[in-house]
Design a binder for this molecule. Structure first.
Ligand code: AMP
Ligand code: MN
Ligand code: MN
Length: 324
C-alpha cells in the first residue's frame, strides 16, 4: 500500500511505463468514457511502441453502447484473460481499490501498481501515484504522460482522450483553460468532435424516454434540506429500467440537477433488494465529495457517489443527516 509520499511526477510516471516489459491497464467498474478513453489512449501508444499491453475492467464485462465509438477495443480483454500477475499494473480514473471490484486482487499480485487519477478523494491504494485533482479528466493526465513519452497524438489516441475530456467536463460546459486548450489540440488532429459528443452524451434508445418520464415524475424537492440550500432527489427502480442498459440511467442526475431550488441533486439507483448506488451533484456551495466520503464513497466536489443499503427512506435519512 502506498501513501501520499509515493506521489510521482509526470516524468517519473512516463519513465516507469517506458521501462515496463508488459503492461496491464485497468478501468473502474461500470466504465465511463474517461476511464476507458484513458486506458485505450495509453494502450494504443504502448502497443504501437511494441510493448505487450491489455486493458480490462471488472465484471459485469459489458462495454456501454456509447463506448463502442472508441477505437482499438481489440486491446480490451475480459478479466479471465488477464495474466495472474502483471509486471506493471496501471489503474486509471479510480479513487480507491474498491472501484476495481473483482479485479482489486490484481493490485497485490502485480510487481508495481501505478495509479493515474484526478479524484480529490483518491486513497493512494497503489505503489506509485500520479494524482492531480485539478485536472478535469484522467485523459488530461494521460495526455501529459504521452507528451512526456514523446508519443505522437494521432486521430485514434485523440478520439480516446477527447471522449474522456468532454464527458467529464459535461460536454466542455465547465471546462477550464487547460481543458479547452487540450480540446482544441485534439480537434486539430481532424477528429469529428461533434459526432463523438453526440454519440457519447446525446444519444439514447427510445426506451430511455418512458424511463425518464417515470423517474422524473417521482422527483421530490426538499427546500429545507442541505443546510436550507435545497435538495432534489428521485429514485430509479428496477422496474423502470427494463429494456434500458445500466449506462442509460447515468444521465438522469444531469436532468434532476437543473432544478433551480436545489443546491444538491441526488439519484438513488436500485441495484437489487435494498441495495442502491447513489449519484450526487452540487452547484458549488456544498462539497459532495466530502458527503460521499462520509457515506463510504468518493468523487469530486461537484459530482460524487456511493453505495448504500436499506429502504429508500433509510438511504435518504442517512444522506440528510450528513448533508445537514
Ligand atoms: P456518478 O454519479 O456515478 O457519475 O459518480 C460521480 C463521481 O463520483 C465519479 O467521479 C465517481 O468516480 C465517483 N463515485 C461514484 N460512486 C462512487 C463510489 N462508490 N466510490 C467512490 N467514488 C464514487
Ligand atoms: Mn470515471
Ligand atoms: Mn474521470
Amino acid at each position: 500500500m502506498g501513501d501520499q509520499h509515493s506521489t510521482v511526477s509526470v516524468e517519473e510516471t512516463a519513465a516507469k511505463i517506458q521501462a515496463a516489459a508488459a503492461v496491464t491497464v485497468l478501468c473502474h467498474v461500470h466504465p465511463d468514457a474517461d476511464t476507458m478513453g484513458s486506458a485505450l489512449a495509453l494502450a494504443i501508444a504502448l502497443h504501437r511502441a511494441g510493448t505487450p499491453v491489455q486493458v480490462s475492467f471488472p465484471e459485469p464485462h459489458e462495454l456501454p453502447r456509447s463506448l463502442e465509438l472508441l477505437p482499438r477495443r481489440d486491446l480490451v480483454v475480459p478479466p479471465a484473460a488477464l495474466p495472474d500477475a502483471a509486471e506493471l499494473l496501471v489503474v486509471v480514473d479510480c479513487s480507491s481499490a474498491d472501484r476495481l471490484a473483482g479485479l482489486s486482487g490484481q493490485i497485490a499480485a502485480s510487481d508495481t501498481t501505478l495509479v493515474i487519477d484526478h479524484h480529490r478523494t483518491n486513497t493512494f491504494f497503489g505503489d506509485l501515484h500520479y494524482v492531480d485533482a485539478d485536472a478535469q479528466s484522467t485523459t488530461v493526465l494521460i495526455t501529459r504522460v504521452l507528451d512526456a513519452l514523446g508519443v505522437e497524438i494521432d486521430a485514434d489516441i485523440a478520439t480516446c482522450l477527447y471522449a474522456g475530456l468532454v464527458t467529464d467536463t459535461g460536454g466542455l460546459r465547465w471546462a477550464n483553460p487547460e481543458s479547452l486548450l487540450l480540446a482544441a489540440r485534439l480537434l486539430g488532429t481532424g477528429i469529428n468532435g461533434a459526432e463523438l459528443l453526440r454519440g457519447l452524451m446525446d444519444t439514447h434508445p427510445f426506451a430511455w424516454l418512458p424511463m425518464l418520464g417515470a423517474v422524473l415524475g417521482r422527483a421530490e424537492l426538499e427546500p429545507a434540506a442541505a443546510c436550507g440550500l435545497g435538495l432534489v432527489h428521485t429514485v430509479v427502480l428496477h422496474t423502470d429500467v427494463a429494456g434500458v442498459a445500466w449506462e442509460e440511467i447515468e444521465s438522469v442526475v444531469d436532468i434532476v440537477r437543473t432544478s433551480a431550488e436545489a443546491e444538491v441533486a441526488v439519484v438513488l439507483k436500485e441495484q437489487g433488494e435494498q441495495r442502491w448506488t447513489v449519484s450526487m451533484r452540487s452547484k458549488g456551495l456544498i462539497n459532495v465529495a466530502e458527503v460521499a466520503l462520509k457515506l463510504g464513497g468518493g468523487g469530486h466536489a461537484a459530482a460524487a457517489g456511493y453505495s448504500a443499503t436499506g429502504t429508500r427512506d433509510d438511504v435518504l435519512a442517512a444522506l440528510r443527516s450528513v448533508l445537514g
